[in-house]
Design a protein around this ligand. Sequence first.
Ligand code: PLP
Length: 433
Amino acid sequence: MQSKDSIKKLRDIHLSPSFSLSYNEPLHIVKGQGQYLYDADGNQYLDAVNNIQHVGHCHPKIVEAAASQYQKLNTNTRYLDETIVNYAQALTQKLPDGLDVCFFTNSGSESNDLALRLARHFTSSKETIVLDGAYHGHLISLIEISPYKHNGPGGQGAPDYVHAVPMPDPFRGKYRGADAGSAYAQEVKNILDKIHNSGKQVSAFIAESIMGCGGQLIPPADFFSDAFQLVRDAGGLCIADEVQIGFGRMGDHYWGFETQDVTPDIVTLGKSMGNGHPLSAVVTTREIADRFNNGMEYFNSIGGNPVSCAVGQAVLTVIEEEKLQHNALEVGDTLKSLLTKLKQKYAIIGDVRGNGLFLGIELVKDRKTLEPAAAEADHIVNEMKEKWILLSTDGPDHNVIKVKPPMVFSRDNALSLVKSLDNILSFPGSDLE
Ligand SMILES: Cc1ncc(COP(=O)(O)O)c(C=O)c1O
């Protein structure tokens, strides 16, 4: 096996410097199983952050589905193929009535780009409303609509067709308290008025119902239902980016948008959909799909091939067979209540939030000023790694510790995560105490 140093050297020579490595001392992971990762020295790590390996690392049923379909056939969507259509049927059965038509792609970015195309085609407009702090992917079109990137290091700001609503953050955001939802929705109304007054028309409102890179943010009540209504009244489409939050992770609901009591016109999927295999999709209504069908073929060389669809079908099956949505609910609730107890013990924990197995721990230097504690969050994540637990940070100020493990995460895993965190926070002499 190659040494860490030699891998690092090759990486420095042959991989773009724009890639990043996790942790101050990077890990050399060689094996994965369930919710665990193993390094080259045989150490076991509890993976509390990889939401892509949704049903667990190297799940045998996913491996078997891919291998057996690979042995039979791998072509594309230009042939009649039962694996593809049966998967499309199974997937749309999990979505609300009306969201019946699939486009298959290879990444969340590709899905969001295609969703924008559908909306632009349907509305003959490009004006796009986004949430501040949002991330929707790495293509040019998506950097343009992702404040997380275009307002971050190296970014060049938003183009004039992109309009950002302040992050609907009830903890540290512009509006807090009982009326925050309608106050944020009013910001959407202001943007719509601005678009209208400039003689233009809105194309789409795209958002994650629970923001991931925004810091595992649960929006205030009624924000989404009011915003969707306003956008639709103005002739725009609503796109739900479910790339991080779908497939039962929310515990009480299968999809993130269901937690906000809204039904989008277009849903974009990715990440967990293929448990790490590059499978993603856009699902929309017959009307929107038909309008898009203007003579230009939608062809995707790899997207929706029979191997990918066999993998996707196996993911859906394992979620059901192993009752992973229920596990996300039970374990997620236990974890959230234990973390909330830690919040009572340590002032640095300003907020514990999230749904199911998609939780955020926001660290602040002071509970009154809510000044973000980013260096402390980074320190804790590195210390947790020393205790064999993998986490990461996010949010616009990088002060939110993200917990979004494979859905097989157990109650015992939750207990050991909280115990280790408690241990780090209470360490004598620690400035985190
Ligand atoms: C909410 C959201 N949308 C889209 C994407 C882009 O997905 P991909 O990296 O598969 O292109 C991501 C990736 O992190 C994401 O978090």
